[in-house]
Design a protein around this ligand. Structure first.
Ligand SMILES: [Zn+2]
Length: 348
């Protein structure tokens, strides 16, 4: 191989290596000028063709053309590579901040339900569960509701199969439970005393939805059965609950009431945690907030479930979770809790 041929190969080799490193437009311009431009290295070698012997000229000329083509091809390929890299970079802007995923949180009703469960669990109550669909016996009869009790009315309850001829007074007829007390019955039927349970869950009544009523709502009921259980025990438990739920200074008061399930029966109020009992908009000026019904379990209920009323006594209470949530978060319309408007729910 002649010296010129060696120079051509060496120039080609050097050009291909440098072209690999090119990153921008300026790099292409200078590489082009350096190797194949009018004053480039290859062009300079071309001028030496005159001194090549005639019989060698075709071979050297061919090599010269091949080198020029190889260099041009390398330039084109590198240009394409740079272009593709730039396109990927433009499409993927790594400097943009990431999109924050939307994270939900507990619904205010779940929040209050969980808080209530936690408070009673600390007092030694265990959670009992039951089905949303239950029998008339578990929902009314066993709880000592007389057959003519207004709470049994088909106007107020979701009975199943009445149109098929089922009788709403029949103990085996099914309905969506109207309170979670059926879980108390189920628990007492299944175990001997002592019993210390809470029954959190959903209930259903045919109420027309308004600011304080819904056709579905949540309750947490409690039942404590043992020897010598009194109203004082009930008051202590509800007072502890109210202090933990609404603040240390909260007091409890009982007002006489009537429920078939309990005797005596009371309605329990907590002192208003907003005004401290002075009277405000939330407590409607009374200084008290009604939180639920309670009382000493009626001996007739114990007889229904096979407990001996001479042996044991007990108390029961039922609190409305939506009502507690409305008090706690100062919400004035129950329907807001179920409109599923994220702008509203996001506040809690
Ligand atoms: Zn108040």
């Amino acid at each position: 191989m002649t010296e010129l041929e060696q120079l051509i190969l060496k120039t080609q080799e050097q050009a291909l290596a440098e072209i690999q490193e090119i990153q921008d437009e300026q790099g292409f311009e200078s590489a082009k000028a350096k190797f194949i431009g009018r004053k480039g290295a290859l062009t300079a070698l071309m001028s030496q063709m005159g001194s090549v012997p005639n019989q060698d000229k075709p071979a050297v000329g061919k090599m010269m053309n091949a080198a020029k083509q190889a260099i041009q091809k390398a330039l084109d390929e590198q240009a394409l590579k740079i272009k593709e890299q730039k396109e990927v970079q433009d499409a993927l802007d790594l400097s943009l901040p990431g999109r924050k995923p939307k994270v939900g949180h507990k619904h205010p009703v779940s929040h209050v339900m969980d808080a209530a469960v936690a408070i009673f669990r600390r007092m030694g109550f265990i959670v009992a569960d039951g089905p949303d669909i239950d029998t008339v016996w578990n929902n009314f009869d066993a709880l000592n509701a007389p057959l003519d009790h207004p709470s049994r009315s088909p106007e107020d309850n979701f009975y199943f199969n009445l149109e098929r001829g089922d009788d709403y007074l029949d103990r085996n007829t099914l309905l969506l439970r109207s309170q979670t007390s059926d879980v108390q019955i189920r628990t007492m039927m299944a175990q001997k005393p002592p019993v210390r349970i809470i029954c959190p869950g959903r209930c259903y009544r045919r109420d027309t939805p308004d600011a304080t009523h819904g056709m579905s709502f949540h309750q947490i009921e409690g039942l404590y059965v043992d020897k010598d259980v009194s109203l004082a025990d009930l008051k202590g438990v509800l007072a502890t609950f109210a202090r933990e739920m609404f603040g240390d200074k909260t007091k409890i008061r009982f007002r006489p009431h009537h429920f078939p399930f309990t005797e005596p029966s009371v309605e329990a109020d907590a002192s208003c945690f907003i005004c401290g009992g002075e009277g405000c908009r939330i407590c409607k000026g009374s200084g008290w907030l009604e939180i639920g019904g309670a009382g000493i379990v009626n001996p007739a209920v114990f007889e229904n479930v096979g407990y001996d009323p001479e042996e044991v006594s007990g108390f029961a209470f039922g609190l409305g979770i939506e009502r507690l949530a409305m008090i706690r978060y100062s919400i004035n319309d129950l329907r807001l809790l179920y409109d599923n408007d994220i702008r509203f729910l996001h506040q809690f």
